[in-house]
Design a protein around this ligand. Structure first.
Ligand code: PLP
Length: 366
Protein backbone atom coordinates (compact mmCIF):
# COMPACT_ATOMS: atom_id res chain seq x y z
CA UNK A 1 0.00 0.00 0.00
CA UNK A 2 1.35 3.39 -0.95
CA UNK A 3 2.18 5.59 2.01
CA UNK A 4 1.53 8.84 0.14
CA UNK A 5 5.00 9.80 1.25
CA UNK A 6 7.04 11.79 -1.22
CA UNK A 7 10.57 10.47 -0.96
CA UNK A 8 13.50 12.41 -2.42
CA UNK A 9 14.59 10.48 -5.52
CA UNK A 10 18.19 9.37 -5.49
CA UNK A 11 19.14 9.04 -9.15
CA UNK A 12 21.90 6.54 -10.04
CA UNK A 13 25.18 8.37 -10.71
CA UNK A 14 25.27 7.23 -14.31
CA UNK A 15 21.88 8.87 -15.03
CA UNK A 16 22.46 12.18 -13.28
CA UNK A 17 23.39 13.91 -16.53
CA UNK A 18 19.84 13.48 -17.87
CA UNK A 19 17.54 16.48 -18.05
CA UNK A 20 14.37 16.47 -15.94
CA UNK A 21 15.57 14.04 -13.27
CA UNK A 22 12.52 13.76 -10.98
CA UNK A 23 12.77 15.24 -7.49
CA UNK A 24 10.45 12.72 -5.89
CA UNK A 25 9.41 9.09 -5.94
CA UNK A 26 6.54 7.38 -4.12
CA UNK A 27 7.03 3.71 -3.23
CA UNK A 28 4.35 1.74 -5.02
CA UNK A 29 6.23 -1.33 -6.30
CA UNK A 30 7.76 -4.17 -4.36
CA UNK A 31 11.29 -3.85 -5.76
CA UNK A 32 13.93 -6.56 -6.20
CA UNK A 33 11.66 -8.78 -8.29
CA UNK A 34 13.36 -12.16 -8.71
CA UNK A 35 15.35 -13.42 -11.68
CA UNK A 36 15.37 -17.16 -12.32
CA UNK A 37 15.97 -19.71 -15.08
CA UNK A 38 13.00 -20.38 -17.34
CA UNK A 39 12.55 -23.49 -19.49
CA UNK A 40 10.49 -21.62 -22.08
CA UNK A 41 9.14 -24.25 -24.53
CA UNK A 42 10.59 -24.15 -28.05
CA UNK A 43 13.89 -22.42 -27.24
CA UNK A 44 16.82 -23.95 -29.19
CA UNK A 45 19.20 -25.80 -26.85
CA UNK A 46 22.15 -23.47 -27.40
CA UNK A 47 20.27 -20.64 -25.62
CA UNK A 48 19.60 -20.31 -21.92
CA UNK A 49 16.61 -18.14 -21.01
CA UNK A 50 16.02 -16.52 -17.62
CA UNK A 51 13.09 -14.38 -16.56
CA UNK A 52 12.88 -11.24 -14.44
CA UNK A 53 9.54 -11.33 -12.65
CA UNK A 54 8.44 -7.73 -12.95
CA UNK A 55 4.93 -9.16 -13.00
CA UNK A 56 5.56 -9.53 -9.24
CA UNK A 57 5.89 -5.84 -8.40
CA UNK A 58 2.58 -6.13 -6.53
CA UNK A 59 -0.94 -7.52 -6.78
CA UNK A 60 -3.64 -5.21 -8.11
CA UNK A 61 -0.88 -2.65 -8.48
CA UNK A 62 1.56 -4.78 -10.48
CA UNK A 63 3.55 -5.12 -13.68
CA UNK A 64 5.78 -2.59 -15.40
CA UNK A 65 3.31 0.29 -15.11
CA UNK A 66 3.73 0.59 -11.37
CA UNK A 67 7.44 1.29 -11.88
CA UNK A 68 6.61 4.38 -13.97
CA UNK A 69 3.78 5.41 -11.68
CA UNK A 70 6.21 5.75 -8.77
CA UNK A 71 7.46 8.88 -10.54
CA UNK A 72 4.30 10.06 -12.28
CA UNK A 73 2.14 9.86 -9.16
CA UNK A 74 4.88 11.50 -7.09
CA UNK A 75 4.79 14.37 -9.57
CA UNK A 76 0.99 14.57 -9.26
CA UNK A 77 1.14 14.58 -5.45
CA UNK A 78 4.00 17.12 -5.39
CA UNK A 79 1.87 19.41 -7.57
CA UNK A 80 -1.04 18.90 -5.13
CA UNK A 81 -3.38 17.63 -7.83
CA UNK A 82 -6.77 16.25 -6.85
CA UNK A 83 -7.43 14.33 -10.06
CA UNK A 84 -5.45 12.16 -12.45
CA UNK A 85 -6.46 11.48 -16.05
CA UNK A 86 -5.02 8.86 -18.35
CA UNK A 87 -6.05 6.77 -21.36
CA UNK A 88 -5.57 3.40 -23.02
CA UNK A 89 -7.30 0.37 -24.46
CA UNK A 90 -10.38 -0.96 -22.71
CA UNK A 91 -8.26 -3.64 -21.01
CA UNK A 92 -5.32 -1.32 -20.34
CA UNK A 93 -3.04 -2.48 -17.52
CA UNK A 94 -1.71 1.04 -17.33
CA UNK A 95 -5.17 2.53 -16.73
CA UNK A 96 -5.97 -0.08 -14.09
CA UNK A 97 -2.67 0.51 -12.27
CA UNK A 98 -3.18 4.28 -12.46
CA UNK A 99 -6.71 3.98 -11.02
CA UNK A 100 -5.53 1.76 -8.15
CA UNK A 101 -2.53 3.99 -7.37
CA UNK A 102 -4.71 7.10 -7.53
CA UNK A 103 -7.13 5.66 -4.97
CA UNK A 104 -4.26 4.66 -2.67
CA UNK A 105 -3.00 8.23 -2.84
CA UNK A 106 -6.46 9.79 -2.44
CA UNK A 107 -6.59 11.22 -5.95
CA UNK A 108 -9.64 10.91 -8.16
CA UNK A 109 -9.00 8.64 -11.24
CA UNK A 110 -10.42 9.35 -14.72
CA UNK A 111 -9.83 6.88 -17.56
CA UNK A 112 -10.46 7.39 -21.28
CA UNK A 113 -10.85 3.84 -22.59
CA UNK A 114 -10.76 2.97 -26.28
CA UNK A 115 -13.25 0.35 -27.37
CA UNK A 116 -15.57 -0.64 -30.21
CA UNK A 117 -18.42 -0.89 -27.69
CA UNK A 118 -19.79 2.62 -27.51
CA UNK A 119 -22.65 1.92 -25.12
CA UNK A 120 -21.32 2.43 -21.56
CA UNK A 121 -23.81 -0.15 -20.29
CA UNK A 122 -22.15 -2.76 -22.50
CA UNK A 123 -18.48 -2.38 -21.68
CA UNK A 124 -18.51 -5.16 -19.09
CA UNK A 125 -16.67 -5.91 -15.87
CA UNK A 126 -14.01 -8.36 -17.01
CA UNK A 127 -10.26 -8.34 -16.42
CA UNK A 128 -8.70 -4.92 -15.81
CA UNK A 129 -12.10 -3.26 -16.21
CA UNK A 130 -13.30 -5.10 -13.12
CA UNK A 131 -10.62 -3.38 -11.05
CA UNK A 132 -11.14 -0.02 -12.77
CA UNK A 133 -14.77 -0.21 -11.79
CA UNK A 134 -14.17 -1.74 -8.36
CA UNK A 135 -12.23 1.35 -7.39
CA UNK A 136 -14.85 3.57 -9.02
CA UNK A 137 -12.67 5.22 -11.61
CA UNK A 138 -14.65 7.60 -13.82
CA UNK A 139 -14.66 5.97 -17.25
CA UNK A 140 -15.13 7.74 -20.57
CA UNK A 141 -15.71 5.38 -23.48
CA UNK A 142 -14.01 6.61 -26.67
CA UNK A 143 -13.86 5.09 -30.16
CA UNK A 144 -11.21 2.40 -30.55
CA UNK A 145 -9.56 4.10 -33.52
CA UNK A 146 -8.97 7.42 -31.67
CA UNK A 147 -5.33 8.42 -32.33
CA UNK A 148 -3.48 9.64 -29.24
CA UNK A 149 -2.05 12.99 -30.40
CA UNK A 150 -5.03 14.31 -32.31
CA UNK A 151 -7.96 12.82 -30.39
CA UNK A 152 -7.11 11.39 -26.99
CA UNK A 153 -4.65 14.00 -25.75
CA UNK A 154 -6.99 16.91 -26.65
CA UNK A 155 -9.86 15.11 -24.89
CA UNK A 156 -7.74 14.64 -21.76
CA UNK A 157 -6.86 18.35 -21.86
CA UNK A 158 -10.50 19.30 -22.29
CA UNK A 159 -11.53 17.07 -19.39
CA UNK A 160 -8.75 18.61 -17.25
CA UNK A 161 -10.14 22.10 -17.91
CA UNK A 162 -13.67 21.01 -17.10
CA UNK A 163 -12.58 19.33 -13.83
CA UNK A 164 -10.50 22.33 -12.79
CA UNK A 165 -13.41 24.64 -13.44
CA UNK A 166 -15.88 22.39 -11.63
CA UNK A 167 -13.81 21.44 -8.59
CA UNK A 168 -11.12 24.11 -8.37
CA UNK A 169 -8.56 21.30 -8.00
CA UNK A 170 -5.51 20.78 -10.17
CA UNK A 171 -5.50 17.86 -12.56
CA UNK A 172 -2.55 15.66 -13.56
CA UNK A 173 -2.36 14.18 -17.06
CA UNK A 174 -0.54 10.88 -17.56
CA UNK A 175 0.22 10.15 -21.23
CA UNK A 176 -0.67 6.85 -22.86
CA UNK A 177 1.26 4.03 -21.18
CA UNK A 178 2.90 6.49 -18.75
CA UNK A 179 5.68 6.80 -21.30
CA UNK A 180 7.24 10.25 -20.99
CA UNK A 181 10.43 11.66 -19.52
CA UNK A 182 9.01 11.33 -15.98
CA UNK A 183 7.80 7.71 -16.30
CA UNK A 184 11.13 6.91 -17.99
CA UNK A 185 12.82 6.83 -14.59
CA UNK A 186 10.79 3.75 -13.68
CA UNK A 187 12.91 1.52 -15.88
CA UNK A 188 16.09 3.44 -15.08
CA UNK A 189 15.38 2.26 -11.51
CA UNK A 190 14.79 -1.28 -12.74
CA UNK A 191 18.07 -1.25 -14.67
CA UNK A 192 19.92 -0.23 -11.50
CA UNK A 193 18.12 -3.06 -9.69
CA UNK A 194 19.18 -5.54 -12.39
CA UNK A 195 22.80 -4.40 -12.14
CA UNK A 196 22.71 -5.30 -8.44
CA UNK A 197 21.23 -8.68 -9.44
CA UNK A 198 24.24 -9.50 -11.65
CA UNK A 199 22.96 -8.31 -15.03
CA UNK A 200 26.37 -7.53 -16.51
CA UNK A 201 28.00 -10.84 -15.51
CA UNK A 202 25.13 -13.16 -16.19
CA UNK A 203 23.43 -12.01 -19.38
CA UNK A 204 24.15 -11.04 -22.99
CA UNK A 205 20.70 -9.94 -24.16
CA UNK A 206 17.60 -8.45 -22.53
CA UNK A 207 14.20 -8.91 -24.21
CA UNK A 208 10.79 -7.39 -23.33
CA UNK A 209 7.40 -6.38 -24.73
CA UNK A 210 6.98 -2.88 -26.13
CA UNK A 211 3.57 -1.17 -26.20
CA UNK A 212 4.08 2.56 -25.68
CA UNK A 213 7.88 2.63 -25.62
CA UNK A 214 8.58 3.75 -22.04
CA UNK A 215 10.03 0.48 -20.80
CA UNK A 216 12.17 0.21 -23.93
CA UNK A 217 13.41 3.79 -23.60
CA UNK A 218 14.26 3.39 -19.89
CA UNK A 219 16.20 0.18 -20.42
CA UNK A 220 17.99 1.22 -23.63
CA UNK A 221 19.02 4.61 -22.20
CA UNK A 222 20.30 2.96 -19.01
CA UNK A 223 22.20 0.39 -21.03
CA UNK A 224 23.78 3.17 -23.07
CA UNK A 225 24.66 5.39 -20.10
CA UNK A 226 26.27 2.59 -18.12
CA UNK A 227 28.39 1.64 -21.15
CA UNK A 228 27.12 -1.91 -20.74
CA UNK A 229 27.60 -4.56 -23.41
CA UNK A 230 24.14 -6.02 -23.03
CA UNK A 231 21.96 -5.87 -26.15
CA UNK A 232 18.36 -4.66 -25.62
CA UNK A 233 15.53 -6.04 -27.78
CA UNK A 234 12.01 -4.59 -27.74
CA UNK A 235 9.33 -6.85 -29.24
CA UNK A 236 6.55 -4.59 -30.43
CA UNK A 237 2.89 -5.59 -29.94
CA UNK A 238 1.34 -2.60 -31.73
CA UNK A 239 2.20 0.23 -34.18
CA UNK A 240 5.47 -0.26 -36.10
CA UNK A 241 9.21 0.16 -35.89
CA UNK A 242 9.13 3.68 -37.40
CA UNK A 243 6.65 4.84 -34.77
CA UNK A 244 8.75 3.57 -31.85
CA UNK A 245 12.00 4.84 -33.36
CA UNK A 246 10.50 8.35 -33.57
CA UNK A 247 9.00 8.14 -30.09
CA UNK A 248 12.25 6.99 -28.48
CA UNK A 249 14.32 9.53 -30.44
CA UNK A 250 11.98 12.20 -29.06
CA UNK A 251 12.50 10.88 -25.52
CA UNK A 252 16.27 10.96 -26.08
CA UNK A 253 16.00 14.64 -27.07
CA UNK A 254 13.73 15.41 -24.09
CA UNK A 255 16.34 14.09 -21.64
CA UNK A 256 19.22 15.86 -23.38
CA UNK A 257 20.72 12.91 -25.27
CA UNK A 258 20.16 14.47 -28.70
CA UNK A 259 23.31 12.96 -30.22
CA UNK A 260 22.20 9.43 -29.36
CA UNK A 261 19.89 7.58 -31.76
CA UNK A 262 17.35 4.92 -30.98
CA UNK A 263 18.66 2.64 -33.73
CA UNK A 264 22.12 2.58 -32.09
CA UNK A 265 20.91 1.57 -28.63
CA UNK A 266 17.86 -0.62 -29.21
CA UNK A 267 16.87 -3.54 -31.44
CA UNK A 268 13.18 -3.06 -32.23
CA UNK A 269 11.68 -6.37 -33.32
CA UNK A 270 8.62 -6.35 -35.57
CA UNK A 271 6.52 -9.23 -36.87
CA UNK A 272 5.00 -10.59 -33.66
CA UNK A 273 1.87 -8.51 -33.15
CA UNK A 274 -0.22 -11.11 -34.97
CA UNK A 275 -3.71 -9.84 -35.87
CA UNK A 276 -2.97 -6.50 -34.22
CA UNK A 277 -2.95 -4.79 -30.84
CA UNK A 278 -5.08 -6.61 -28.30
CA UNK A 279 -6.18 -9.26 -30.81
CA UNK A 280 -5.21 -12.90 -30.45
CA UNK A 281 -4.79 -15.92 -32.69
CA UNK A 282 -5.52 -19.48 -31.62
CA UNK A 283 -1.78 -20.27 -31.85
CA UNK A 284 -0.92 -17.42 -29.48
CA UNK A 285 -3.48 -18.58 -26.91
CA UNK A 286 -2.25 -22.17 -27.18
CA UNK A 287 1.30 -20.96 -26.62
CA UNK A 288 0.23 -19.19 -23.41
CA UNK A 289 -1.48 -22.38 -22.25
CA UNK A 290 1.60 -24.46 -23.02
CA UNK A 291 3.90 -22.09 -21.11
CA UNK A 292 1.57 -22.20 -18.08
CA UNK A 293 1.38 -26.00 -18.21
CA UNK A 294 5.12 -26.53 -18.61
CA UNK A 295 6.62 -23.74 -16.52
CA UNK A 296 3.96 -22.29 -14.19
CA UNK A 297 4.56 -18.82 -15.62
CA UNK A 298 1.37 -17.08 -16.72
CA UNK A 299 1.60 -14.75 -19.69
CA UNK A 300 -1.05 -12.25 -20.77
CA UNK A 301 -2.42 -12.33 -24.33
CA UNK A 302 -1.70 -8.68 -25.18
CA UNK A 303 1.94 -8.13 -24.14
CA UNK A 304 4.02 -10.80 -22.41
CA UNK A 305 2.43 -13.70 -24.37
CA UNK A 306 3.23 -12.12 -27.75
CA UNK A 307 6.69 -11.06 -26.61
CA UNK A 308 7.64 -14.49 -25.24
CA UNK A 309 6.35 -16.20 -28.37
CA UNK A 310 8.21 -13.64 -30.49
CA UNK A 311 11.36 -14.38 -28.51
CA UNK A 312 11.11 -18.11 -29.24
CA UNK A 313 10.53 -17.44 -32.95
CA UNK A 314 13.48 -15.05 -33.15
CA UNK A 315 15.78 -17.48 -31.30
CA UNK A 316 14.77 -20.21 -33.79
CA UNK A 317 14.74 -18.18 -37.02
CA UNK A 318 17.10 -15.30 -36.35
CA UNK A 319 19.63 -16.49 -33.78
CA UNK A 320 22.32 -14.09 -34.99
CA UNK A 321 20.21 -11.15 -33.89
CA UNK A 322 21.24 -12.01 -30.31
CA UNK A 323 24.76 -11.23 -29.25
CA UNK A 324 25.12 -14.15 -26.87
CA UNK A 325 23.23 -17.16 -25.60
CA UNK A 326 22.29 -15.95 -22.11
CA UNK A 327 18.93 -14.26 -22.55
CA UNK A 328 16.99 -12.35 -19.89
CA UNK A 329 13.28 -11.94 -20.62
CA UNK A 330 11.52 -9.29 -18.57
CA UNK A 331 7.99 -10.31 -17.65
CA UNK A 332 6.21 -6.95 -17.60
CA UNK A 333 2.96 -8.22 -16.04
CA UNK A 334 -0.58 -7.97 -17.39
CA UNK A 335 -2.08 -10.72 -15.24
CA UNK A 336 -5.62 -9.27 -15.29
CA UNK A 337 -5.64 -9.37 -19.10
CA UNK A 338 -5.83 -13.15 -18.71
CA UNK A 339 -9.27 -12.81 -17.19
CA UNK A 340 -10.99 -11.05 -20.08
CA UNK A 341 -12.49 -14.33 -21.29
CA UNK A 342 -10.50 -14.96 -24.47
CA UNK A 343 -8.46 -17.81 -22.97
CA UNK A 344 -11.52 -19.63 -21.65
CA UNK A 345 -12.10 -21.93 -24.62
CA UNK A 346 -8.43 -23.01 -24.84
CA UNK A 347 -8.32 -23.64 -21.09
CA UNK A 348 -11.57 -25.63 -21.19
CA UNK A 349 -10.44 -27.76 -24.14
CA UNK A 350 -6.99 -28.46 -22.69
CA UNK A 351 -8.22 -29.40 -19.22
CA UNK A 352 -11.43 -31.23 -20.08
CA UNK A 353 -10.22 -34.61 -18.82
CA UNK A 354 -8.78 -33.06 -15.66
CA UNK A 355 -12.08 -32.06 -14.15
CA UNK A 356 -13.81 -35.10 -12.59
CA UNK A 357 -16.79 -35.79 -10.42
CA UNK A 358 -16.08 -37.32 -6.94
CA UNK A 359 -19.36 -37.25 -5.02
CA UNK A 360 -18.59 -39.67 -2.12
CA UNK A 361 -15.43 -40.94 -0.38
CA UNK A 362 -15.62 -44.41 -1.97
CA UNK A 363 -16.43 -43.37 -5.50
CA UNK A 364 -12.98 -42.22 -6.65
CA UNK A 365 -13.29 -41.52 -10.41
CA UNK A 366 -11.59 -43.90 -12.94
C1 PLP B 1 1.80 -5.98 -19.26
C2 PLP B 1 2.48 -4.98 -20.11
N1 PLP B 1 3.66 -5.30 -20.65
C3 PLP B 1 4.31 -4.44 -21.46
C4 PLP B 1 3.80 -3.21 -21.76
C5 PLP B 1 4.57 -2.32 -22.66
O1 PLP B 1 5.28 -1.38 -21.94
P1 PLP B 1 5.51 0.07 -22.54
O2 PLP B 1 4.17 0.72 -22.60
O3 PLP B 1 6.40 0.72 -21.57
O4 PLP B 1 6.10 -0.10 -23.88
C6 PLP B 1 2.55 -2.82 -21.22
C7 PLP B 1 1.89 -1.54 -21.53
O5 PLP B 1 1.87 -1.01 -22.58
C8 PLP B 1 1.89 -3.73 -20.37
O6 PLP B 1 0.70 -3.43 -19.82
Amino acid sequence: MATCKLLPYVCPKWAQQLHHVPKYQIKLANPGTPIHKWSLPGVPSKFEVSIKRDDMTGSTLSGNKVRKLEFLMADAVARKCGHVITCGGVQSNHCRATAVAARQLHLHPHLLLRTDTQDPAEIGVEGNLFLDRLCSAEIYVVPKKCPYETELKPRMEKLANILKEKTGEDVYLVPVGGSNSVGLFGYITVFEEMISQGLFDQFDDVVFACGSGGTAAGLAISNHLTGSHIKCHAIIVCDDKAYFTDHINQTLCDVGLDTVHCQDILDIIEGHKGRGYGLSTEDELEFIMKVSQQTGIMLDPVYSGKAARGLVEELCNNPDRFQGNRILFIHTGGVFGMYDGRLNSVVKAETKGLVRKWPTLNSFPD
